[in-house]
Design a protein around this ligand. Structure first.
Ligand code: AMP
Ligand code: MG
Length: 431
């Protein structure tokens, strides 16, 4: 009790409420502000197996040609095209060259070397006749059809020339980039560092997932959803122990959290008497950039900075916390990793049923998004409460209800933020 009493503060007087209201900023301004505050982190070298999805921090320049020497695109026979002036043409087979070996025997007029896909083209040959167009008999080969000069020969450097940039700085490294890097003998890549994200759950009512909540207690689910969202955004989450609604506890938690690049607190940022996170942030030297965004859910969002470290005071309501993460934290984490695409994909969808929304706030309505013959259709989910986290799972998307409207008419078109690619388009092979 005495610990709680230590945290009590002045009630929400009209004057205090007015001061709070003046600070409410619009969603666009909030997003621009957080993105502008994020700096691209420095780089580190990682082995190829660790590099998937990371952003290249430097150009990768090849010292080699790939392939190193001209080689065959087919199983067949290396020949001199001049020998095929009239077909059928009979040539003497002077050597066999399986892939991985190189024969010294040159292809002289009237001769051929039998080879396989990937075999180096022997000296003297300029064309490969594919095996299907030949007949091999008694040490000779009969070429039935002449291909074009140079056919089936892959020139040296066809894939990569010496000096070529094979992975440009800023590339989001995908499987093909990894394969190309390997093909030039480059076993490590310089990539931007992943941000370390400390997650600090606050709330005297919270218990851990393996505890049975007593009266008035809830499981600390935000630690799981936020850590997962941070990992999905490419960051390295570190979940800190729950801290109670007590100024000293929150300050101690923050001291640890501020070792990370980004701090996410959960809970305690509203206007209640036990919402102590804002003061604790100030006490920890975190400069407040904004508090309160004209949005629902997530209005009490706090954003601050201490040097290069960025702090998001997320509301405790599970939907609010995760929606604020998707809207503001995710782009910041992506910018820090060097990504150029920061935001979730947006589609424009037709609203299937009318929906009411809060006046003067941009509202993110949970919808089910479906592709129809006429384009995407969004159906509002029945439960829109900021505590109804189950309505945000299962492929839900966020329809953006404009600030000025109070009713969204059925048939109206609105932007919808796609949270998972599964909702973006119907799964159908394109052939
Ligand atoms: P607060 O923002 O602290 O006022 O909390 C708002 C609501 O979110 C309350 O019902 C809390 O119990 C709930 N809440 C706060 N933190 C968490 C958490 N880490 N996990 C799940 N629910 C939470
Ligand atoms: Mg709380």
């Amino acid at each position: 009790m005495s610990r709680l009493a230590g945290g009590l503060r002045a009630a929400l007087t009209p004057a205090r409420a007015a001061a709070i209201a003046r600070r409410v900023i619009a969603v666009g301004e909030a997003l621009a502000t957080v993105c502008a505050a994020a700096r691209v982190l420095g780089d580190e070298r990682v082995v190829l197996a660790e590099a998937l999805g990371r952003v290249a921090a430097a150009d990768v320049v090849s010292a080699r040609a790939v392939p190193a020497a001209p080689n065959s695109a087919m199983d067949g026979f290396a020949v001199r095209h001049a020998d095929l002036a009239s077909v059928p043409a009979r040539l003497r087979v002077v050597a066999i060259e399986p892939a991985g070996s190189v024969v010294d025997t040159p292809v002289e007029p009237g001769t051929a070397v039998k080879l396989f896909t990937g075999s180096v083209i022997p000296r003297g040959a300029d064309t490969v006749v594919k095996v299907e167009d030949t007949e091999e008999r008694d040490g000779t080969v009969v070429v039935r059809a002449a291909p074009a000069p140079g056919a089936n020969v892959r020139p040296a450097g066809e894939d990569v020339r010496p000096g070529q940039v094979v992975v440009g700085s800023g590339t989001v490294i995908g499987p093909a980039d990894l394969g190309v890097a390997a093909s030039i003998g480059c076993g490590t890549l310089a990539v931007h560092r992943r941000p370390r994200v400390a997650i600090l759950p606050t709330g005297a009512e919270l218990v851990e997932v393996d505890q049975t909540p007593g009266p008035g207690q809830v499981v600390n689910s935000n630690a799981y959803s936020l850590a997962a969202a941070a990992r999905e955004a490419g960051a390295e989450p570190l979940v800190l122990p729950i801290v109670r609604d007590h100024a000293a506890d929150i300050r101690a938690g923050l001291a640890r959290a501020l070792e990370a690049d980004v701090v996410l607190t959960s809970g305690g940022v509203s206007v209640g008497e036990l919402d102590l996170v804002k003061d604790a942030l100030a006490a920890a030297g975190v400069e407040r950039v904004f508090w309160q965004v004209a949005q629902k859910p997530g209005r009490p969002l706090v954003f601050g900075r201490r040097g290069e470290r960025l702090v998001f005071g997320l509301p405790g309501n599970p939907v609010s916390a995760l929606v604020c993460f998707y809207l503001y934290v995710r782009p910041v984490l992506r910018r820090m990793q060097g990504h150029r695409r920061l935001h979730l994909p947006v589609v424009h969808a037709v609203l299937a049923a009318p929906a009411r929304k809060a006046k003067g706030l941009t509202e993110f309505l949970r919808v089910r998004l479906e592709e129809t013959g006429d384009g995407p259709v969004a159906t509002p989910l029945a439960a829109q409460g900021s505590g109804v986290l189950s309505a945000l799972g299962g492929g839900a998307a966020l329809l953006v209800g404009p600030l000025e409207l109070t009713e969204l008419p059925a048939g109206g078109r609105f932007p919808v933020i796609v949270l998972g690619e599964a909702t973006l388009a119907r799964e159908a092979p394109p052939f």
